[in-house]
Design a protein around this ligand. Structure first.
Ligand SMILES: Cc1cc2nc3c(=O)[nH]c(=O)nc-3n(C[C@H](O)[C@H](O)[C@H](O)COP(=O)(O)OP(=O)(O)OC[C@H]3O[C@@H](n4cnc5c(N)ncnc54)[C@H](O)[C@@H]3O)c2cc1C
Ligand code: SF4
Ligand code: SF4
Length: 330
């Protein structure tokens, strides 16, 4: 891997989005000899998978799959990674595209050793987006402990503040450059793969489910972060309202999906995700009541993971068919 510097190449492939789909695409292409450019808007690769506690089918922590891919990327000189970068414009046609890229400043250069002195020096705290705002972090931060590239970021929210100065002064490696500016440059490539993944549907559009009105109503991605050992509660699933153990948990399936007022299609993942989440809860709270309110359960392939989930869900928690379900952790 080389860190992207803007040098143009033709006859090569651009992969936009460095989640698991983009990484797989980039590696497969690079390992058969193509020059590949990964354009990722986050400061790290891995996409949503990096936010999961475990992923099916094997229920491994995301480190398992991602680290192997990061290692392959590191060892492959055909891959050029641009983080904090987005496509501004595409010109040309198949075999010869000119892509204009904008790279946002990280304010931290490759001298960074991840020593953490800059974060210690910061006094302000800002919402932690990686944890969906369920906790706070310093304005100088590593997005998460397995972030790749392993390099700190200075949030634009602290640029121009005393905290930014404190962070710079604290850095023993001269790695912080508060004057870093956005850069735009062109890359010439033969083809482009869009692997920009997905965004969670905005749950505040679902008034009847109470998100935003009741702090114990959370999304399934928030559940992943609550259960993750590197999450806001160090992996303990606690009610956001009072940080106590939940006694009963209801999952509302198809919230915002398969609904002509919201998204008409099936997301194809949340049935499996809720069953997985039931195992997270069962492992921590063997006596908690778990209810899954569904229209129908959609799972392609009955994997070892889903069998394990079914076993763990136990006979006591029968799924109740209801379209009027409300979600609440009591
Ligand atoms: C609650 C929940 C649990 C799940 N559990 C599992 C599981 O256990 N096992 C499993 O296999 N799957 C699971 N999934 C599904 C899994 O998250 C997706 O399959 C996976 O994220 C798809 O990877 P991706 O690379 O296509 O997209 P993403 O992970 O969304 O990655 C897309 C990447 O593209 C970047 N990007 C987006 N737009 C741009 C742009 N314009 N320019 C540059 N970069 C951009 C993003 O920053 C991101 O890094 C779960 C999903 C949910 C909601
Ligand atoms: S930017 Fe400097 S102080 Fe901050 S983690 Fe990197 S090397 Fe350490
Ligand atoms: S059927 Fe299952 S996977 Fe499809 S939208 Fe509903 S909950 Fe999600």
């Amino acid at each position: 891997m080389t860190e992207g510097t803007g040098a143009p190449f033709s006859g090569s492939i651009m992969v936009v989005g460095g989640g698991i789909s983009g990484l797989t695409t980039a590696l497969e292409a690079a390992e058969v000899g193509y020059e590949v450019f990964i354009i990722e808007k986050n400061p790290y690769l891995g996409g949503r998978v990096a936010q999961l506690k475990q992923y099916f089918p094997k229920l491994c922590p995301p480190t398992c799959g991602l680290e192997i891919n990061f290692q392959r990327i590191k060892n492959n000189r055909n891959i050029h990674v641009y983080t904090m970068a987005e496509v501004e414009k595409v010109d040309g046609g198949p075999g010869n595209y000119t892509v204009n890229i904008k790279k946002h400043p990280r304010y931290v250069n490759e001298n960074c050793t991840c020593c953490g002195a800059c974060a210690e020096a910061c006094q302000m705290e800002i919402p932690n987006d990686f944890n969906f705002g369920m906790d706070k972090m310093k304005g100088a931060y590593l997005p998460h402990e397995m972030a790749f590239p392993a390099r700190y970021v200075i949030s634009p929210q602290i640029i121009g503040t005393e905290d930014a100065k404190r962070a710079k002064e604290a850095c023993p490696y001269d790695a912080i450059d508060l004057e870093m500016q956005p850069k735009t440059f062109d890359l010439t490539v033969g083809s482009i793969v869009w692997s920009t993944g997905w965004e969670p549907y905005d749950p505040s559009n679902l008034d009847h489910l109470g998100y935003g009105r009741f702090s114990n109503v959370i999304t399934n991605m928030m559940m992943e972060r609550l259960a993750a050992p590197n999450g806001p509660t160090n992996g303990q699933i606690l009610r956001p309202s009072d940080n106590k153990a939940p006694e009963s948990v209801a999952f509302v399936q198809c919230a915002g999906s398969r609904d002509e007022n919201h998204l008409p299609y099936c997301s194809y993942i949340c049935c499996m995700a809720s069953l997985k989440h039931a195992t997270y809860i069962r492992e921590q709270y063997p006596d908690a009541k778990i209810y899954i309110f569904y229209i129908d359960i959609r799972m392609k392939g009955f994997t070892r993971a889903s069998r394990r989930m079914k076993t763990l869900s136990s006979s006591r928690e029968r799924s109740l068919k209801s379209t009027k379900a409300r979600t609440a952790n009591r």
